[in-house]
Every structure is written in structure tokens, then in C-alpha cells.
Design a protein around this ligand. Structure first.
Ligand code: PLP
Length: 413
């Protein structure tokens, strides 16, 4: 007895709690994967790495209007605290104006009252999961797709259920596959428009089919449009913000469209059948009111920060076009690898011969060529043979990195 008691006291005082104190949702495998371990080792030894995965725009040699950005942050009103749960009206009006500018027909203006500001799209997801799901409810998510979704759902006790996209001269949504994974617990269907990393937009026919399904099964549609403005054709693509066919939540933010991830300003736009959208808006406002998470300086700066998107979008599209041209030119000189078709976004997918796992190949490239790429399984590609590259990588680095990568693959046993 004494022993047990002493050890309990000891462990308490040394703060070595038993892990039972933690919620099961936090039982993550925290050990870094092999690629991350290797990368840390090499970086610790100050080895120069050609990183072809960089998607933080502030590290990609883009030209920012620094003085203007900083000036936007010093609005005199920042000294007052006068919060609005949905976000300050001036910021929401600027977001509504963004949708008008990118091509709204008269009369289909986005109502600023249907906009809720969040600190990030990720926070937007957590609000929506809170709004739509009880613990254990399910949300359908495309795969391959952005790996953070899993964690975002996990921390909200939501179960993500993947539905596959298939590739046939571009990526497509298979409605049968979506229907096949629906259950009694499904609350929402997510689309990523365009998807990361496949770069595919949701087609009009696919959106119509999803609307019908959501209406029939009383589900919400969640559209992630952080890369919407980066269609490689340069032509504007339709947003879901005016989707009326089902209860719809459209997510976007400054992180990608203005290339300002550090500013932490994003939003959710609610649309759909009037009464349902109004009820959703009230509940969402209550969730936002619980946190009031945005700072006044950032909200007051939002109209001016949104203006930055014009300068950034042009540079980013130029960078992407240059990198795709470079990649295609190098691919034309070999027969082992090919690039998958991509319509928009910041990523490219390279199909490579399957002679080892993608992780093994990425490790080899890092160890022997000092080139960092992401193996497809990070994004849940079905099967092996896919590497993901960031197309906003500075072009010289991209050129040299791709050269080493293709050379390595051509010499592989
Ligand atoms: C598809 C997708 N959604 C959301 C995000 C996160 O955006 P935010 O910085 O607004 O949380 C990312 C970031 O890469 C993304 O790729």
C-alpha cells in the first residue's frame, strides 16, 4: 500500500502523469516519419537541400509591397475594442466585394451578413464541424487531398470518410463512390475547388449532382476554395458562394488568395435554401461569438490586404507557368516519368515508375540528391508511383531539383 501511495505521490510531484489523463483523441503517433527525420538531420548538419515542397509563399522569393502591408496594420480604430461576432462589417464588406470583383452577375451579390470571419480556413473547418456534427458523425472528404483535414476532424471528434477521385485525362468525382460511403451518420460532403494536390476543379455537372444528393439526404456541402483564383488558364472559375442548390459553406482566406498566411484572416460564406441558410448563419454566429478570435488590427487591415491579391496572383501564376514549362521541357527528354494534368492550385503531381515505395524514393532523393519532394501517400494517393511538387518553388531551384530528380530516376536499377 505504502509503495503504491509513494509512487503515486512521486509521479504526481515529478509531473510524470500516466497518459490516461489525456483524451483519446490526442493519442497521435508523434514520432516524425523517416523523411522528416532525415530532413532534420541534414538541416542540423547545414546541408543545402533543394526543397521542391515549399508552399509557404513568404519563403518563395515573391515581391511583396511591404510598406503598404505594414501600413494597413496601423489603422487608428485598432485602439478600440468593439467586436462583432461575425467580424467587423468593413472587413466582411471587402470580402463580399472580392466576390463581386471576381465576376458576379448583377443581383447575385454576396450578402456580408452571410459571411463569418475566422483566423484561418482551418478554424473555419472547426466551426463548421462544431455546427454540423455530433461526436462520431461523418464528413466525406475527397482523396487524394490535403493531409491536415484528418487532424482538423480528429480534434473535433468528427470521422472523416474518404471518397476517391479518379484520374482519366484529369481528375473526376465518381458520384457512385460518394454514394457508396454515405451512412446514417454522414452530415456533410467536402469538396476542394481546386483540390490540393490534384489541381482539379469541381465540374458544373459534378456540383449539380452533389447538390441533388445533399438535398435528398439533408447534408451540407463544404467547399474549400483557398486556391480558387489560381486557375492556370488565368480565367476566373466559378465559386460556390452563390450555390443555392443545397446548404453550402464556402471557405477561403488571405492565406493563399493574397499569399499572406501569416495574417490569419479567412472566412466562411453561407448560401443555399433561404431559411436553412439563415438558421445556419445564426448558429455559426453563436460559435464565432464564443471565441471572437480575430484581432481588430487585422480586421481593419483586411480591405487593404485583400487588395494585395492582385500583385501576388500575377506573380504566382507567372511562377507556376514557368515551372510547368520547365518541368515539361525536362520531361520531354525522357520516357520514365510524366506529369498529371492540372487545372489550378500550387501543386504538380509527377507519375514515376514503381520500383520502390514513394517514401523510399523520396528518402533516396533526399539522401543522395539533396532534393526534397513529397511522396504521394502523404496525400493518400491510392497506390504508389506519385511524387508531389510545389509549383511556386523559386524557378532556378525548381529547375535544378527536377534535373537531379529525373537523372536519379533514369539511373535507378
Ligand atoms: C486545401 C487547403 N485548405 C486549407 C488550407 C489551410 O488554409 P489556412 O492557412 O487558411 O488555414 C490549405 C493550406 O495549405 C489547403 O491546402
Amino acid at each position: 500500500m505504502v509503495d503504491i501511495y509513494e509512487s503515486a505521490v512521486r509521479s504526481h510531484h515529478s509531473t510524470r502523469y500516466n497518459d490516461a489523463v489525456f483524451a483519446r483523441r490526442t493519442e497521435w503517433k508523434l514520432a516524425p516519419n523517416r523523411l522528416t527525420q532525415k530532413l532534420r538531420q541534414l538541416r542540423a548538419a547545414e546541408t543545402e537541400i533543394l526543397d521542391l515542397t515549399e508552399s509557404n509563399p513568404t519563403r518563395c522569393d515573391l515581391r511583396y509591397e511591404g510598406a503598404r502591408i505594414l501600413a494597413a496594420l496601423s489603422h487608428p480604430e485598432s485602439l478600440r475594442y468593439d467586436p462583432d461576432p461575425k467580424g467587423l462589417a468593413s472587413a466582411r464588406e471587402a470580402v463580399a466585394a472580392y466576390y463581386v470583383e471576381r465576376g458576379a452577375a448583377e443581383g447575385t451579390r454576396v450578402d456580408p451578413e452571410r459571411i463569418v470571419l475566422t483566423t484561418s480556413t482551418s478554424e473555419g473547418y472547426s466551426f463548421l464541424f462544431r455546427l454540423l456534427c455530433d461526436p462520431g458523425d461523418e464528413v466525406l472528404v475527397p482523396f487524394p487531398s490535403y493531409p491536415l483535414f484528418e487532424l482538423l476532424a480528429d480534434v473535433q471528434d468528427v470521422k472523416l470518410v474518404p471518397y476517391p477521385l479518379f484520374y482519366d485525362h484529369g481528375w473526376h468525382l465518381d458520384l457512385h463512390a460518394v454514394k457508396a460511403v454515405l451512412t446514417e451518420r454522414t452530415r456533410a460532403i467536402m469538396v476542394v475547388h481546386p483540390n490540393n494536390p490534384t489541381g482539379s476543379y469541381v465540374k458544373t455537372t459534378e456540383a449539380e449532382a452533389l447538390n441533388q444528393l445533399c438535398r435528398e439526404r439533408e447534408l451540407a456541402l463544404v467547399a474549400d476554395e483557398v486556391f480558387l483564383d489560381f486557375a492556370h488558364s488565368g480565367l476566373p472559375r466559378d465559386s460556390f458562394v452563390r450555390n443555392q442548390g443545397a446548404l453550402t459553406f464556402t471557405l477561403s482566406g488571405l492565406s493563399k488568395i493574397a499569399a499572406l498566411p501569416q495574417m490569419k484572416v479567412a472566412w466562411i460564406v453561407t448560401s443555399g435554401p433561404e431559411e436553412l441558410a439563415a438558421h445556419a448563419g445564426e448558429r455559426l454566429e453563436m460559435i464565432a461569438d464564443t471565441y471572437l478570435s480575430l484581432s481588430a488590427p487585422l480586421q481593419l487591415a483586411t480591405p487593404r490586404l485583400l487588395q494585395q491579391r492582385h500583385a501576388m496572383r500575377g506573380q504566382i501564376l507567372e511562377r507556376i507557368a514557368a515551372n510547368i514549362a520547365e518541368l515539361d521541357a525536362q520531361l520531354a527528354n525522357q520516357g520514365a516519368c510524366r506529369r498529371l494534368e492540372v487545372e489550378g492550385g500550387w501543386y504538380g503531381v509527377l507519375r514515376v515508375p514503381v520500383t520502390r515505395s514513394d517514401e523510399e524514393l523520396a528518402l533516396e532523393l533526399l539522401e543522395r540528391q539533396r532534393v526534397l519532394v513529397h511522396p504521394g501517400h502523404f496525400y493518400d494517393f491510392p497506390g504508389e508511383g506519385n511524387l508531389v511538387l510545389s509549383l511556386i518553388t523559386p524557378t532556378q531551384r525548381f529547375q535544378e531539383g527536377v534535373k537531379r530528380l529525373l537523372q536519379h530516376i533514369s539511373e535507378m536499377p
